[in-house]
Design a protein around this ligand. Structure first.
Ligand code: GAR
Length: 207
């Protein structure tokens, strides 16, 4: 049954392939997620995520890093665009750029990121490679709110993925992505349905 409340307005920030963007689009199109993607913004003009967005009629904007003096100036431009679209939730789906406090203060408790590890383990780049090098038997993925640190914000959802002895970075990444595509739209749905309660570092789920 269709929801009576207006769809939550999302912006999805991307840098690459966009498989997580695709899972969000699929959840919206199948009626599971009562949201609308107002725009997809990429810092990489070659991101395949842009092709995916366009093929679903989602407006795309490319904001190249080189056009701005630093992260704060870049993020000020980003905030202006997001405000113009009336964005309620900013979704980082493979957005490989650290946000400055300009973005964090503009969207308190309203920026979500997906990370390919069980945070707080293996933050930053190449999380799957870090997990393999450390020799963990299980890793996974985490959806979290974004704060001023790198992958340090309050955790919303996590999923566990086993590490196989013969895993490569590619095979492990592929297994993690299956879980990402499940938990990311689910975490967004909880936000959209106002089921998340923010309490310091902890995010509680109503009901
Ligand atoms: C995803 O695995 C996501 O967890 C990771 O980038 C990939 C993007 O894939 N993000 C990070 O590593 C951020 N620290 P996608 O473009 O196919 O959605």
């Amino acid at each position: 049954m269709k929801s009576l409340s207006p769809p939550c307005v999302l912006a999805v920030l991307v840098s690459g392939n966009g498989s997580n963007l695709q899972s969000i689009i699929n959840s919206i199109e199948s009626g599971v997620l009562n949201a609308r993607i107002a725009c997809v913004i990429s810092n990489n003009p070659g991101a395949y995520a842009l092709t995916r967005a366009k093929s679903h009629g989602v407006p795309c904007i490319v904001l190249e890093n080189s056009g701005y003096k630093g992260r704060k100036e870049y993020d000020a431009a980003l905030v202006e665009i997001l405000r113009g679209y009336g964005v309620e939730l900013v979704v980082l789906a493979g957005y490989m750029k650290i946000l400055s406090d300009v973005m964090i203060t503009a969207f308190p408790n309203a920026i979500m990121n997906i990370h390919p590890a069980l945070l707080p383990a293996f933050p930053g780049l190449h999380a799957q490679q870090q997990a393999l090098a450390y020799g963990v038997k299980f890793t996974g993925c985490t959806v979290h709110l974004v704060d001023c640190g790198t992958d340090t914000g309050p955790i919303i959802q996590q999923a566990i993925v086993p590490v196989m002895q013969d895993d490569t970075e590619e095979s492990l990444s592929a297994r993690i992505q299956v879980e990402e595509h499940r938990i990311f739209p689910e975490a967004i749905r909880l936000f959209v349905e106002r089921k998340l309660v923010f309490s310091g570092r902890c995010v509680l789920i109503k009901g």
